[in-house]
Design a protein around this ligand. Sequence first.
Ligand SMILES: C[S@@+](CC[C@H](N)C(=O)[O-])C[C@H]1O[C@@H](n2cnc3c(N)ncnc32)[C@H](O)[C@@H]1O
Length: 207
Amino acid sequence: MSARHADAHAELWPTFGLTVVDGDRSRIDLTELFGRSAPVVLEIGFGMGDATAAMAAADPDRDFLGVEVHTPGIGNLLALVGEQHLTNVRVAHGDAMELVHRIDEQSLDAVHVFFPDPWPKARHHKRRLIQPSNVALLRDRLRPGGVLHCATDWPHYAESMAETLDATPGLRRLPATAEPHARPTTKFEKRGADAGRPISDLRYART
Ligand SMILES: C[S@@+](CC[C@H](N)C(=O)[O-])C[C@H]1O[C@@H](n2cnc3c(N)ncnc32)[C@H](O)[C@@H]1O
């Protein structure tokens, strides 16, 4: 971590941080975590957290729980939280699906999975985040009408995402214009677009 990240971590982790321990199945009380009762957005794999901070700043009536395994990203999002005086962000460090198991069913307003690792080799596809068992868990955490929003710059992953999401009972695909909350451009999106890859946004509502 840079000095900026380390300082933010030392100062803000006790208030805004949550360690995800593999195998821990204790329930996370979202109202207690945020200190208020408001719609909660889970962002999986927020990278450096710039898009998370921008969305939280633009949407103060919702709470944003970001989860990431990459330590510099944790430090960067905490630094952004401090610099922008954001109170509606919490930063979880660890494996996203371990965290998801600890969240009540029907308790999330939205789940964002922006530009997850594509794992392009066929023998690595099983490592992809968007796969049937994970999608079923995510769907169950959404409230009825809550939105699962995935984005990718890899056409083959977009195809497989759409196939998996279309086949998941209890999810209904939304038209491209139906998402009320705009998505900022992310770092990996820019990287993909600069390389000429098309961006796919896939949004599904829990029925
Ligand atoms: C390709 S990057 C995209 C980052 C960011 N969303 C963006 O669009 O710039 C994928 C991120 O997901 C994180 N990640 C991968 N597997 C994860 C997991 N199981 N739990 C939490 N984060 C994960 C990686 O550390 C990485 O930062």
